[in-house]
Design a protein around this ligand. Structure first.
Ligand SMILES: [Zn+2]
Length: 60
């Protein structure tokens, strides 16, 4: 399974894309990126919900 996220779907204007093999890996990368590029150091339930709603899962 592929787990993909376009950060721009959550943070308008951001061009960062994520493509991983697991949801945990995806959230880990998103967390690092959010802290580094968006100053979001705390993944609140609201942030997690917003991100989770934009994750695209595909076969392969
Ligand atoms: Zn971003």
């Amino acid at each position: 399974m592929k787990y993909q996220l376009a950060c721009g779907d959550v943070m308008p204007g951001c061009a960062q894309n994520f493509d991983t093999d697991s949801q945990d890996a995806l959230l880990g990368q998103v967390g690092e990126h959010a802290a580094r590029d968006h100053g979001i150091t705390e993944i609140t339930p609201e942030v997690l919900a917003a991100v989770s709603g934009k994750i695209r899962v595909s076969e392969g």
